[in-house]
Design a protein around this ligand. Structure first.
Ligand code: GAL
Length: 823
């Protein structure tokens, strides 16, 4: 029996002692089975109990949970919660997790590490009562060596305490908990340390590409030994090239290897063809496999030229980007791969090709999904440096300022470590096209910020060669960034820049290109499908009960057409020196409810609501960013009370002409100049009936959209993107419900209460409807539709089988949908 089969035997014992918590996707006889999924069966309690760090503490009364876990999302929403409107009025605080596990005696010669991809926040980790580490930033991944405290063949207890009690603790909803994956890693004493494997592709042509793998080998054996490192490149699980290197190692020195491998006829990674390769390094001692590390990579050439624009593999590419926060709407901050995939699928259908991780490190899963789907990422690390942010927030509709207790007091001590770990963790992802060191850092308005920016940029430059930007603020109004600011970044980054800002920056730093790190999106602040005229508008605002008109003015200034977003795209669409833009935001998110206050608990900036339902602005971006023929008109055509009155109807299209018909009669054609950024509008006298838009290109009809006045709600339509799910206890199905009349028209103001039932191998885990002012719990078995729509999120169990989902509402036809889950 060679060493490899020894390892797999001991790993299978481990499987038993971990209560079958090991991912079933692992293959027998492969040493990476030593990376053990540690997500299942944790004991959890809110609060802090100092004795609970002791291994013999009795936690049997605590709740048993699986991670990812975010308990803040369970609510309730309350005006008394100190997270305030910034945190979506949700509860926060301290909490403790414990996990009991056994490592078999035959692992004694090995090392044991635990890896957390993120725990929000101020985590302290103990093993068997011994503290192994503290990490204040809740978004950062970290690994601890547990070996010296492990009792092999006996029970061990890992305790994690979190403290998210200082509030408001963020400018947006963060979640609280171990909200990302946990992995237990068993390694030989000779090993490749965490994140040391760094893969680059320095030479690329159609005929051949060079993949370079740099990595460290460390040993904790006293005796020197000869190790063979085999570097293998795989495509779709098949080995396509490899190289062996022999190295003498000893405990006194960490060896650094640099291996170059040529790949003939490489398949290049690009947004439309996200081809991935795997690079695996195996270590052999006396012919026996003792450990391995692997990472994925994409072969692609990135070009950043002020004259010819940003390019991938020589193809000029504009960043049609969105800023996102990390959470997943109704399911909170503990998100699953499927949450990310769905977010990106809906964005891709909007024409989006890029995401800014505003304003903190996201999960590893997020970047993996971007790699797989061909998204381009501006990977951002900080929202705050040394000075506390004091953002404008809204109380009863009135603007006030409340400082947030986030990271400023930790920055001096932790920033360099956090930044280093962030880059080390993320630098192998082909989706990452640039780094960002900050968002709207006030210190960049004076020269005080420059040495800090330079220090952070230096850290990144030492670890990676992709360019660095910084989302600066202040263009076009009172406090401009310091003149030196533009020179610090490799790519000048501007938030909310106006034309005078672009001109000024160009003069200051004429040799570098820029990117609009953030701009307004083409979206009115009213929630999805809300069109208010006359008395209805007054009633809507009166219901909010605000004593000041500030919020009203703020919202109304935005206009239904979302003119600011239209203008922001117009400013840069035809400029090669600007890589592209990132709109604020792609999806609505919890918290930061400006310009509203209570009872709003989520933002309303985005063209997509919290549940994934498109608003009108979504179609503006589709008309500008996507080539798929489309036309969209709004408002809906159920404007009761407006009979005989004039209403403006707007259209977005990627055709070069649009014609609007009311009840079959043409109201005229309008041009759409595709070289510019345009929308169309008609003044129409409202009467119930139909509106139809027809879009043409070069005289040919390319798309139509008809909106009818809907009758009474009669039935529910269910929509899912996939019917075959994975029976892994993690996969999700997002079931979108739409209320229709008897003829199949969407009832645009329907608010029927829908009851959900799941039969079979899945559970209902969240509900929602996209109304940013709804304070009902996300964890319920029913939901009122909001403007005709509601959402249910179901999660598979670990058993394969049939799943039946049923949605029913009083007076409406019940709808069902059948899904299947497989192992
Ligand atoms: C920006 C900021 C974002 C968000 C947004 C809201 O200035 O960078 O994080 O707060 O404003 O409008």
């Amino acid at each position: 029996m060679n060493r490899l089969s020894n390892v797999s035997t001991s790993i299978s014992l481990l499987i038993i002692s971990f209560f079958l918590t090991i991912s079933c996707s692992k293959k027998e006889n492969e040493i990476q089975t030593a990376n053990i999924n540690f997500n299942k069966n944790w004991q959890f309690t809110k609060g802090e109990i100092s004795e609970s760090i002791q291994p013999n503490f009795d936690d049997s009364k605590w709740e048993t949970i699986n991670v990812p876990h975010d308990w803040s999302i369970k609510g309730p929403f309350s005006k008394e919660n100190p997270s305030f409107s910034r945190g979506g009025w949700l509860p926060t605080g301290k909490c403790t997790y414990r996990k009991t596990f056994t490592v078999p005696a035959n692992e004694k010669e090995n090392k044991v590490f635990v890896y957390f991809d993120g725990a929000y926040r101020n985590s302290i980790v103990y093993i068997n009562g011994q503290k192994v580490g503290y990490r204040p930033l809740g978004y950062i991944g970290f690994e601890y060596d547990l070996t010296e405290h492990i009792n092999f063949d006996k029970e061990n207890v890992l305790t994690v305490t979190l403290d998210n009690s200082e509030q408001p603790g963020s400018r947006w909803y963060t979640g609280t908990g171990i909200y990302r994956d946990v992995t237990l890693k068993i390694r030989n004493k000779t090993y490749i340390p965490n994140w040391s494997l760094y893969v680059t592709t320095p030479k690329i042509s159609k005929e051949s590409a060079t993949i370079n793998a740099a990595f460290n080998i460390k040993t904790e054996f006293d005796k020197a030994s000869k190790i063979i490192a085999k570097t293998i490149v795989l495509k779709d699980d098949s080995e396509i090239a490899s190289k062996e290197n022999t190295v003498e190692i000893s405990a006194t020195k960490i060896e650094n290897l640099n291996v170059s491998i040529d790949i003939p006829n490489p398949k290049l990674w690009a947004p439309e063809t996200p081809e991935l390769y795997t690079v695996k390094v195996q270590l052999f001692n006396n012919g026996e496999l003792i450990g391995e590390e692997s990472t994925r990579t994409g072969i692609r050439e990135l070009g950043y030229s002020k004259d010819t624009g940003f390019s991938i593999n020589g193809v000029q590419t504009k960043l049609k980007g969105v800023c996102l926060h990390h959470a997943g709407g109704p399911i909170g901050a503990a998100i699953y791969k499927r949450t990310i995939q769905r977010q990106l699928e809906i964005l891709r259908e909007m024409g989006c090709n890029a995401v800014r991780t505003s304003h903190n490190p996201f999960s590893t899963e997020f970047l993996e999904t971007c790699d797989e789907m061909g998204f381009l990422v501006m990977n951002e690390v900080f929202d705050e440096w040394e000075i506390v942010k004091n953002p404008t927030t809204v109380q009863e509709g009135k603007k006030i300022r409340i400082p947030v207790k986030y990271y400023a007091d930790k920055f001096k001590e932790w920033a360099d470590t956090d930044l280093t770990d962030f880059v080390l963790r993320d630098r192998n992802h082909p989706s990452v096209v640039m780094w960002s060191i900050g968002n709207e850092i006030d210190q960049m308005k004076t020269d005080e910020g420059i040495p800090i920016a330079n220090r952070l940029i230096d850290i990144i430059h030492k670890l990676d060669d992709r360019p660095v930007t910084n989302g600066l603020i202040g263009y076009g109004w009172d406090a401009w960034p310091s003149e030196g600011a533009a020179q610090t970044s490799d790519i000048r980054g501007y938030n909310y820049i106006k034309e005078n800002g672009l001109d000024r920056e160009d003069k200051i730093a004429p040799n570098s290109m820029g990117v609009v790190t953030e701009c307004a999106s083409a979206q009115s602040f009213y929630p999805r499908s809300i069109y208010l005229y006359g008395k209805e508008k007054e009633a809507w605002w009166n219901k909010l009960g605000y004593t000041s008109t500030e919020a009203y003015e703020w919202v109304e200034k935005r206009e239904l057409i979302g003119y600011r977003g239209v203008q922001a795209w117009k400013d840069i669409k035809n400029r090669d020196d600007i890589m592209g833009q990132f709109i604020w935001t792609g999806w609505d998110y919890l918290g930061e409810v400006i310009p509203f206050g209570w009872p709003a608990r989520s933002s309303s900036f985005a063209p997509i609501d919290l549940c994934g339902f498109p608003k009108d602005g979504y179609y503006f971006y589709q008309s500008q960013w996507s080539n798929k023929p489309m036309v969209h008109i709004f408002p809906h055509w159920n404007l009761e009370g407006m009979e005989g009155k004039e209403v403006t109807v707007f259209a977005y299209t990627n055709g070069d002409e649009v014609e609007l018909f009311q009840d079959g009669k043409s109201l005229g054609k309008q041009k759409n100049n595709l070289n510019d950024v345009e929308y169309q509008e008609w003044k129409v006298i409202y009467k119930p009936g139909s509106l139809k838009a027809v879009s043409y290109k070069n005289g040919k009809e390319i798309a139509t959209k008809q909106v009818n006045t809907a009758g009474k709600a009669a039935k529910i339509e269910l929509f899912v993107r996939r019917t075959n799910l994975k029976a892994d206890g993690e996969d999700l199905s997002y079931v979108e419900c739409t209320i229709l009349d008897k003829d199949g028209n969407v009832v645009p103001k329907a608010d029927n209460l829908i009851n959900f039932e799941v039969i079979g191998e899945a559970n209902l885990i969240a509900v929602g409807n996209g109304d940013n002012m709804n304070l009902d719990s996300f964890q319920a078995s029913n939901r009122k539709a909001f403007n005709g729509k509601a959402l249910a999120v179901i999660q598979t169990t670990e058993n394969a089988g049939n799943i039946e989902f049923k949605a029913s509402a009083k007076g409406l036809e019940t709808a069902t949908i059948s899904l299947k889950s497989k192992r």
